[in-house]
Design a protein around this ligand. Structure first.
Ligand code: BES
Ligand code: ZN
Ligand code: ZN
Length: 478
């Protein structure tokens, strides 16, 4: 899609014009003149539809002034970048039947309006139609924004939306189509396209490198595991950010098998790895001056004659031994190796991203990720990035008093606690592999997947955390 800027609405024409309206039908930028041209009936018509300009409301009327159709979109009372992204997403979805789309949403008077509108619009048009016989791809080929020419914001939003769309595509792909070696191949293609260094470890190399957690989880699977390590090292970078993503391409639970209903969405258990891939794509595309080390352990968690058994013990990359009492608590096992490896290069900050616990979803619901930090500075750094990115996170405690729940009589630790505080005990488990370096853990079990379209979010994989990771990298790049 081409994105073009025109200083004035009077110079633009197209199939669809999208006009913003604030609460109580206060006309947004550009709207008043068009409404005046259309005639008095418009206000009554919108009144009849109960369209008052509440956030996310839409109403369409036949066009005028060289536009085939006009779509009014409600912005509500208090508009910030989050509202604009959301409304632009709704507009983008509604616009997909039109080829040439014009909007004045870009003239809403807030910082980063153009970025928010482009990001929301592009992701609102996202769909996963690979397996549909009757595809209805978006027809939009051109988006015209009115107002001042913010080309940096446009490029930024496009790179970020591309990264999110990549993550969504990977998450939405069925497990059979994203075996670890296939995902590793996708990472390799991206790495060569964007001048990122990559190393892919196969099963034997995973064993040689002592990635004991990844190996243990992979034992039940016929499709072999991969450990993917990428390094983005731009000239002039001073800081290093390590990103570690849980890449369970299917989580059956292993021998501690899940009930059927619990397995339905478990192709999405690689959303952490997908977020890392998407963030790497955006960071390298934008050329951010920060080193990024990306680590994604990839495997299925399956049952089978060779599968790890409850009670088995393995040694992780950092040497700590783990008694596996529940094979469904597998994410933390593969992350143990990922974090250990990341810690070896002493990065300035490590962030792991994982659909780690149902407990976190119980605590915070589907819309909010749990954020755990080694210290206030690290946690607040990522909280601030998430706020800028428009992604909801909530700080959770890494409560040392609960560490004893992970004590095992025969190994350094066990992989589950008791019935309570499951998201916290999972974080405490991960902390054992961070070498006490600055670290943040994002439990995205809830927001990684959406059950319905909502703003720029589409049903299925959301690509949650890509924007937060990129915002963190931007801040570290200075
Ligand atoms: N992948 C799941 C967590 C999950 C559940 C993510 C539902 C998204 C939706 C994870 O591997 C898991 O099964 N965790 C267990 C841990 C328990 C056995 C300690 C859980 O949360 O029940
Ligand atoms: Zn599991
Ligand atoms: Zn899992």
């Amino acid at each position: 899609m081409d994105i073009i800027v025109k200083p004035d609405l009077a110079e633009a024409s197209g199939d669809l014009l999208i006009l913003p309206v604030f609460e109580d039908r206060a006309w947004g930028p550009g709207t008043e003149a068009v409404v005046a041209d259309l005639g008095d009936w418009v206000d009554d018509y919108l009144e009849g539809l109960d369209f008052s300009g509440k956030t996310g409301q839409t109403a369409a009327v036949p066009g005028a002034n060289g536009f085939g159709r006009i779509l009014f979109v409600g912005l509500g009372e208090e508009v910030d970048a989050d509202v604009l992204r959301k409304v632009a997403g709704i507009a983008g979805r509604a616009a997909s039947r039109h080829e040439k789309v014009v909007t004045t949403l870009s003239e809403v008077d807030i910082d980063g309006a153009v970025d928010a509108v482009v990001y929301g619009f592009l992701l609102g048009q996202y769909r996963f139609d690979k397996y549909l016989s009757d595809k209805k791809p978006s027809k939009t080929v051109e988006l015209v924004l009115t107002g001042s020419d913010e080309n940096d914001e446009i490029a930024h939003a496009q790179a970020l939306a591309d990264g999110v769309a990549m993550a969504r595509d990977l998450i939405n792909e069925p497990a059979g189509g994203k075996k670890p070696e296939i995902l590793a191949g996708i990472a390799s293609d991206m790495a060569s396209e964007l001048a990122i260094d990559i190393t892919v470890y196969d099963r034997d190399q995973i064993e040689e490198e002592r990635f004991g957690g990844l190996l243990a989880v992979s034992l039940g699977a016929t499709n072999p595991p991969r450990m993917v390590v990428m390094n983005y090292r731009p000239e002039g970078a001073e800081k290093t950010l390590a990103l570690i993503g849980k890449g369970i391409v299917f989580d059956s639970g292993g021998l501690s098998i899940k009930p059927a209903a619990g397995m339905e969405t478990m192709k999405t258990d690689m959303s952490g790895a997908a977020a890392v891939f998407g963030a790497m794509r955006a960071i390298a595309t934008l050329g951010l001056k920060v080193n990024v080390l990306a680590i994604t352990p990839l495997t299925e968690n399956m049952t089978g004659g060779a599968a790890q058994r409850p009670g088995d013990i393995f040694a992780a990359r950092n040497g700590k031994t783990v008694e596996v009492l529940n094979t469904d608590a597998e994410g933390r096992l593969v992350l143990a190796d990922g974090l250990s490896l990341a810690a070896e290069s002493k990065p300035d900050l490590m962030i792991d991203i994982a659909t780690l616990t149902g407990a976190c979803m119980v605590a915070l619901g589907k819309g909010i990720a749990g954020l755990f930090g080694s210290d206030d500075a690290a946690a607040e750094q990522v909280e601030a990035a998430a706020r800028r990115a428009g992604e909801k996170v909530w700080r959770m405690p890494v409560e040392k008093d609960y560490r004893a729940k992970l004590d095992s009589p025969i190994a350094d630790l066990k992989n589950i606690g008791d019935r309570y505080g499951g998201a916290i005990t999972a974080a405490l488990f991960l902390a054992e592999f961070t070498d006490d370096l600055p670290w943040v853990h994002l439990d995205i079990a809830g927001p990684a997947r959406a059950d319905a379209d909502d703003g720029y979010i589409s049903t299925g994989g959301t690509g949650f955390a890509v924007a937060t990771l990129v915002a963190t990298a931007e801040e570290m790049a200075g």
